[in-house]
Design a protein around this ligand. Structure first.
Ligand SMILES: NC(=O)c1ccc[n+]([C@@H]2O[C@H](COP(=O)([O-])OP(=O)(O)OC[C@H]3O[C@@H](n4cnc5c(N)ncnc54)[C@H](O)[C@@H]3O)[C@@H](O)[C@H]2O)c1
Length: 419
């Protein structure tokens, strides 16, 4: 075989994986179904936050290449699947991309290869969905080829933890599959943690994300009643987190976003309901609370305007930061979107600023970032800090704004209303 690795799906997960493997000296080819993605990468343009154009140039210089041609699969020792796993309109997991990538592998599978699924999905996917497709032509997992699941833990924009220094969980179809997959990741990840099998590795990822989802919902619910009780929840959390054990701080905000937290726990609740016939109540409650935050923010903005004798209808509202997390450009599932849509529906004149977003898609319409943030801040009846990007000078924003609604608890003063 002529390549160490083929990465299928060149997005937020696949590209950093390809980067780390290339840097470690592996020969890596990226395979993507989208010609636009492949053409962009070939032209030296990275479309993900964690990979700059110069990172991409470095990878290409080290031999990384990209293609839409699945024939490369036959030439690889290891194939890793990093394609999206969105939700269906009914709220269940959409395995379309995973299964199509798996069929492409099955068409080119050779004895001795290692196949790893990294896409986040419900427990049992590797064994019940991926394995039968791979075995359809007679090769047997654990005997003729190796099969494993390894959840991706990438945290886009995190300056401290990247692919190499974030421990990698690996669970194989057999113990031998686990050993082979662990040895593969050990070539470019500092710490590999082995799970008992594929289901345990799949569930570990969902436990991590469900834990986060539920704890964010806990503080979001507390934010509502702390406001009523005139208690500063951020001060409460600062005090509580002085406890050196048994407490991990989570912070309230305008809702949850990104490709993982609002979506992954659904895979689990869907499977519990479909297979066992009862609801996963924690997830459902967290879903309800977090999904209600955008409307709650709109109501609080309306209340803050009302306190000044102003109506929301006709008020100029400037939204600051519309991505789902600070310092990156990813807008997927960002709560800024439902907030903007609701404000517009209620008659507000909405503008936005984000250092990472020029054109912001809002369903059927889109909006351009204000050209001069200082002027827009000064002219708005209410500025709303939705995402605290490091590039924002909050003192400047407070000084020139009339009023600031702060959903992140990072500002204070007479002009500021906190969530
Ligand atoms: N983005 C994150 O922060 C993150 C973190 C952890 C886990 N994950 C999980 O990793 C997986 C991938 O997410 P992502 O954010 O990298 O997605 P992405 O949308 O950024 O990239 C996926 C890529 O796969 C390509 N693709 C789709 N179907 C394909 C197919 N059949 N064959 C080849 N290529 C195909 C797309 O064109 C796209 O370029 C998902 O399951 C996600 O839940 C994402």
């Amino acid at each position: 075989m002529t390549r160490d690795l083929v990465v299928i799906g060149l997005g937020y997960v696949g590209l950093p994986l390809a980067q780390e493997a290339t840097r470690a000296g592996l020969s890596v080819t990226g395979l993507d179904a989208s010609t636009a993605v492949v053409d962009g990468l070939r032209a030296g343009r990275s479309h993900v936050d964690d990979l700059s154009d110069s990172d991409l140039a470095e990878m290409i210089a080290l031999g990384f290449d990209v293609t839409t041609d699945p024939n490369v699969i036959a030439e690889a020792e290891t194939i890793v699947i990093c394609v999206p796993t969105p939700l269906t309109p009914e709220g269940g997991p959409d395995l379309g991309a995973v299964l199509s990538a798996t069929r492409a592998i099955a068409d080119h599978l050779r004895p001795g290869q290692l196949v790893v699924l990294e896409s986040t999905t419900y427990p049992g996917t590797t064994d019940d969905e991926v394995r039968p497709v791979l075995e359809a032509r007679g090769l047997v997992a654990g005997t003729d080829f190796h099969l494993a699941f390894s959840p991706e833990r990438i945290d886009p924009g995190n300056p401290t933890f990247g692919m190499r220094n974030t421990p990698k969980v690996v669970g194989g179809h057999t113990a031998a599959c686990t050993t082979v997959a662990a040895a593969f990741y050990g070539r470019f990840v500092d710490t590999v943690v082995t799970a008992k099998g594929t289901r345990e590795a799949e569930m570990a990822k969902l436990l991590e994300n469900t834990y986060r989802h539920i704890n964010i919902a806990l503080v979001n619910e507390m934010a509502r009643f702390c406001h009523e009780l005139d208690i500063d929840l951020w001060d409460v959390i600062a005090a509580a987190k002085s406890k050196p054990f048994g407490f991990h701080a989570f912070y309230p905000g305008p809702g949850v976003g990104g490709h993982c937290i609002p979506i992954d726990p659904n895979y689990l609740s869907y499977q519990v309901q479909a297979k066992l016939g009862y609801p996963f109540r924690f997830v459902e409650l967290a879903q309800e609370i977090n999904a209600g935050m955008p409307s709650y923010v709109v109501r609080r903005i309306q209340d803050a305007l009302n306190d000044e004798g102003k109506a929301l209808r006709g008020a100029r509202i400037l939204l600051l930061g519309v991505t789902y997390k600070p310092d990156i450009a990813d807008q997927r599932e960002s709560p800024a979107k439902p907030i903007a849509v609701e404000l517009i529906e209620m008659g507000a004149v909405v503008q936005f600023h984000d250092p990472y977003v020029q054109t912001w898609g809002l369903g059927p319409t889109s909006m351009e970032c204000v050209s001069n943030v200082e002027t827009a801040v000064a002219e708005a009846d209410m500025c709303v800090l939705l995402q605290n990007h490091g590039l924002y000078d909050l003192d400047d924003i407070i000084a020139s704004s009339r009023r600031l609604f702060d959903t992140r608890g990072v500002t204070a003063g007479p002009k500021v209303v906190r969530l």
